[in-house]
Design a protein around this ligand. Structure first.
Ligand SMILES: CC(C)(COP(=O)(O)OP(=O)(O)OC[C@H]1O[C@@H](n2cnc3c(N)ncnc32)[C@H](O)[C@@H]1OP(=O)(O)O)[C@@H](O)C(=O)NCCC(=O)NCCS
Length: 185
């Protein structure tokens, strides 16, 4: 399902509904080749699963973003360009991590490190504090220092111990605070 349109008070970014024709080609651009595979690893995909994606795969994926029940999906737009995606699984899908679970990706590496990932996560957390019944969880593979720093900077606190998934990847879950001040425009 699409999440409601959100924008930050400073006008740096907007969170908008996914669109198949606009976003599927971006998925191909973001996830293929060495940079794309590195992004997939940061997201916690096992090395053995890495392969280039196709336009058809991405069209199917974006259609799923729009139709899936129990999930909310937004595309991250900055300076009039879609640069990433953020999503919440509202229903628990994995035994190791509770719901709601927030994940995000700044797909275009040019836009990383500018505060946009943090801003997108803050917007969704502010919305979730008002609209979802329980605190948000995030998780990251422990090697992903950027993600870990992002989550700690958002006020996330480790929940439980580091654990291994079935692919042998090590993960840490975090609980995010619910009492953040509103940042939605
Ligand atoms: C992780 C990701 C979403 C962060 O978004 P971003 O826009 O690059 O990050 P921001 O510029 O908003 O920075 C947020 C925090 O991350 C940390 N950070 C950013 N760049 C970093 C770097 N190169 N090295 C270490 N920490 C870094 C900082 O703590 C920063 O907070 P601060 O500036 O207040 O200190 C983005 O890099 C990304 O999409 N990476 C690939 C996919 C991924 O890892 N997704 C996360 C899965 S949970």
């Amino acid at each position: 399902m699409r999440g409601p349109d959100l924008a930050d008070v400073a006008g740096r970014l907007r969170l908008v509904a996914p669109q198949v024709e606009r976003d599927a080609p971006l998925g191909v651009e973001w996830l293929n080749g060495p940079a794309g595979h590195s992004t997939m690893l940061m997201l916690g995909n096992p090395p053995a699963s890495l392969a280039d994606t196709t336009l058809e795969d991405q069209e199917r994926l974006v259609r799923g973003f729009i139709s899936a029940q129990g999930e909310l999906h937004w595309m991250i737009e900055s300076e009039g360009r879609v640069i990433g995606a953020v999503w919440i699984h509202c229903v628990q899908t994995r035994a190791e991590v509770g719901a709601p679970e927030l994940s995000l990706m700044i797909g275009d590496p040019e836009y990383r490190g500018r505060g946009l990932g943090k801003c997108a996560a803050e917007l969704v957390l502010a919305w979730a504090s008002k609209n979802l019944p329980s605190p948000v969880t995030m998780r990251t593979v422990v090697e992903n220092e950027v993600s870990k720093n992002l989550i700690l900077g958002l006020g996330g606190r480790p929940q439980g111990d580091v654990y291994k998934d079935q692919d042998g990847l090590k993960w840490q879950n975090y609980r995010l605070p619910v009492d953040e001040p509103p940042r939605i425009a």
